[in-house]
Design a protein around this ligand. Sequence first.
Ligand code: PRX
Length: 681
Amino acid sequence: MTEKEKREVVETTEAQIAVHWQEEGYVNPSGKFVAQANMTDDTIYERFSLDNFPNCFKEYADLLDWYEYWHTTLDTSDAPCWKWFAGGKINASYNCIDRHLAKNKNKTAIHFVPELESEKVEHVTYQELFVRVNEFAALLRDFAGLKRGDRVTLHLPMTAELPITMLACARLGVIHSEVFGGFSGNACADRIVDSQSRVLITMDAYYRGGKLIDHKEKADTAVGKAEEDGQKVDKVLVWQRYPGKYSADTPMVEGRDYFVNDLLKDYYGVRVEPERMNAEDPLFLMYTSGTTGKPKGCQHSTGGYLAYVTGTSKYVQDIHPEDVYWCMADIGWITGHSYIVYGPLALCASSVIYEGIPTYPDPGRCWRIAQDLDINIFHTAPTAIRALRKVGPDEPAKYNYHFKHMTTVGEPIEPEVWKWYYEVVGKKEAIIVDTWWQTETGGFLCSTLPAITPMKPGSAGPGMPGIHPVILDDDGNPIPTGSGKAGNICIQNPWPGGFQTIWGDRDRFVRQYYERYCKDPKSKDWRDWPYLAGDAAVQAEDGYYRILGRIDDVINVSGHRLGTKEIESAALVVPEVVEAAVVPVKHDIKGIEPDLYVSLKPGVEGTEELAQKVSQTIVSEIGAIARPRKVWIVPDMPKTRSGKIMRRVLGAISNNADVGDVMTLANPEIVEAITKMVQEK
Ligand code: PRX
């Protein structure tokens, strides 16, 4: 039996902690893809082995232009706050713009696609990006008084002005903190206060679902609340969605609010020399929620971060300068920072930014954008794939686009959904990478390398080159590969993309990510500091990792740990089901029982028989232990604005508990409908 055949027959075995998602077979990339891929040399894993750590990452850093080369690849003196490429001097804005001008100034850097199809797509060339970033950087410096090391909060929607603002900040060494545009003014205020920003950059309005939404009103709330909480914002810079026209109803506040488009006239033609930043100077903060209520600001570095996202964009996203690349995430999340802005632009790609909802005004929109711009690399999340499948399972076939490469990120993808993505969206031509990583990690941790390691539906793949994961049990013992047991996935070594600390809260950083498995809190040796990712995972014999979800998403039914994703995946095997969410319900004897919420394909009736069928399928796919207490057929799931299903809310409903504040959800009204349904039974 060849090595490959051996790998193909591997199945997870029964174990103390059973994980029941069946291992799928491999899917290989086409010869056509491999022939053009950026990385086909499989010695890369050897070059990035632990024996060659940390110097292996020079390969990524060398993709960038440095003012001064570093003297120390990894400085561990302040463990676990790692410093990469210490002594190096670099500027991110220079690397994403200036260095491309000599050969590519006329190439599109950003295609901005407005939500309204009646509006023209805006194609921003590298030369235009250079001009706009310089002029805005001059404004930030001379009008707003911002300088190296200051923090500034951005609350911008998905338009070209968002990367322009980020790159202008980066040019000056100002640390940007972009808050997802869909977040409320209050959420924005918390981030202004935590980062001590005295300037807020926003936009008057943007289109979503066919409506021009007043966004400026959130700035007023944010500034008011921040001031109550002790942080005064003295300038609000307002980009106009339609330059020269104010599209919000909220009045401008004299002496505080300024239209960027008016001010820019004073900076016509000004050029700003990029700041020579230390590699370890912070580039940006990205707030994310943790186990406690308060969001934490993940602080990302300049040199290490940029090197890591550039390397991974090149070898995992397979971006070539001639590609048209569309990542559908919002730039307000880490995916957008790393894989819409910094990584692709550092590689001189054309990166697409779409303003609105992928299914507006109809389920074909997304594929029309792909067809019109001749996009060949597509990047999205399972939640979007499920939504696209739900509203228009046959739409992709109607359009003449051809992807060579597709990405899934953000949650485990059920093999059923993976197959639709592969067969229908990718037309069996595109490879898929399932990239596992986090806000904290800056870039990919596990993924296949598309021309080297074959795909396996439902598995993220092996650790990335230079990323050495290990699955630890609760006592810190490594769980052997292929044992079928799940545990806590950790990364044994630091890597350049990893966040440096939580802004202003080093103790929390150490406590949350390192304390649990740290071998010696005084140690300066990186080997003593495994990074705890907070996800449960299982590793198959071939080395591929299957991520089961957050540690707190794993439920313990009668002492058996089950990934909620496993049950959801089983439910999705029923063809009528398009979305499934499992929540734990307290049970006197079993401890916990799973409760299952499902939504159905359009036009399918939610009968008792169908609920029975779903329940029965779970029993037959997994075992009686996973039988849900009840299958609730709901018209839609409560979702965050970024499209994640809010299992916490469903869990509260199932447990007759307080659902808490649901007003920040995309569809708060559904909560009441579901509560009524569940509580009437
Ligand atoms: O649970 C993992 C899940 O998303 C979490 C990180 O979320 P966030 O910081 O919002 O970043 C999302 C984009 C990187 C992880 O702890 N996750 C992310 N990617 C995957 C995933 N779960 C399974 N498979 C993935 N590919």
